[in-house]
Design a protein around this ligand. Structure first.
Ligand code: TXA
Ligand code: MG
Length: 342
């Protein structure tokens, strides 16, 4: 931690093997002594603590300002470790793990007593994920215990997809942030509940319903988010979530003139609007700014939060996002835009 007036987190780089190993060692030391550190995952950055240390987990809630009724995901680095956190490992979990782990899928299963009640928010289940980012994998192996980690942002704010995002939101409250580069997936994991038959998608993500059904069968899992409220079974899935500070609106326009007419109709001063487009790119002339992100779900997800963070940092008042295509592969991203705009 640096000395001086304002405390900020030390940011550990990982871009050479020696730096990577040093960061693993330093982060593991902190975690072993019950501290909280921010680490990269392939989805978004996480705020990690020893999942078997109830006091360390409590510190996560305090730092995030997270309500106690919102459970936290436990990150593992092997199937054996995942089984160790669960009271029951059904065949569906085995098949999903073999198909999608390591990767952006969280499975809700019955928890063992070793998982503190704070992680499960007093419930009987635990959400488990084996992330694919090499740093968090190496860190979990070094620690030998699983890591409880929500996204590394203040409660209800936008998830971070790089170390700078974490530094600006939580740097004053953390000893360490590990810089593992830009998150490759870019939105949070798909969360599924395997304690129900058929299983249910609690939070859509980049592993979409059709991929899940390819493994569990069409009748094996359903998408509760269709009505967008089934997800309330996941206590953290409040409608207002994942929000930038600016007002965010999703619109579909034909052309430049049509876009400006819509903005004016909504009472938005054109000059205070930043537009995020993927297909119909407006001219920048009188707008606060224009970002273009690729018309491809993987690339779009990877870029979206960075653009929203950039708008927040620039103090943009109004973000207008071009409506997304229909289709299973866009559903996780649409879900986040919906939450950010509600
Ligand atoms: O990609 C991700 O999932 C990231 C990275 C860091 O792994 N983590 C993340 O954590 O997004 P968080 O806490 O921001 O969101 C986890 C979501 C919350 O909505 C929470 O309510 C839900 O998963 N969840 C966690 N455990 C659960 C459980 N036992 N039952 C139901 N929902 C659960
Ligand atoms: Mg979060």
């Amino acid at each position: 931690m640096s000395s001086g007036q304002t405390k900020t987190a030390e940011v550990l780089p990982t871009h050479t093997p020696a730096l990577f190993e040093k960061a693993v060692r330093l982060a593991a030391d902190r975690l072993r002594s019950g501290e909280v550190v921010a680490v990269p995952t392939e989805t978004v950055y996480g705020l990690a603590a020893n999942a078997f240390n109830a006091a360390a987990v409590t510190a996560i809630f305090r730092i995030k300002g997270r309500p106690a009724h919102n459970p936290i995901i436990v990150h593992v680095a092997s199937l054996a470790m995942a089984r160790h956190c669960t009271a029951n490992w059904p065949d569906t979990a085995e098949r999903m793990a073999r198909a999608f782990w390591p990767g952006p899928l969280t499975m809700v299963l019955p928890k063992t007593d070793q998982i503190p009640d704070s992680i499960s928010a007093g419930g009987t289940t635990v959400g488990i994920r084996w992330p694919s980012h090499p740093f968090i994998q190496a860190l979990i192996r070094e620690c030998g215990f699983p890591l409880a980690a929500p996204s590394a942002n203040l409660s209800n704010q936008l998830s971070p997809t790089n170390a700078a995002h974490v530094q600006s939101a939580l740097g004053e409250q953390l000893p360490l942030i590990v810089d593992g580069g830009q998150s490759q997936v870019g939105i949070e994991s798909t969360v599924i509940d395997l304690t129900r038959v058929p299983a249910v998608v609690l939070r859509p993500g980049m592993i979409h319903l059709e991929s899940l059904q390819a493994v569990l069968g069409e009748d094996g899992i359903s998408d509760s988010s269709a009505g967008s409220e089934g997800i309330l079974r996941s206590p953290g899935q409040l409608k207002k979530h994942y929000s930038p500070r600016a007002r965010l609106t999703v619109l579909e326009w034909r052309d430049d003139a049509n876009l400006r007419a819509m903005l004016t109709g909504l009472g938005y001063p054109v000059g205070s609007c930043h537009v995020i487009a993927h297909s119909r790119i407006p001219s920048e002339s009188d707008l606060a700014g224009v970002s273009v992100i690729p018309h491809d779900p993987e690339a779009y997800a990877r870029a979206l939060y960075s653009e929203l963070h950039r708008c927040d940092a620039a103090g943009v008042q109004c973000i207008v996002v071009e409506a997304l295509p229909e289709g299973a592969e866009w559903r996780g991203i649409s879900d986040r835009l919906q939450r950010a705009s509600s």
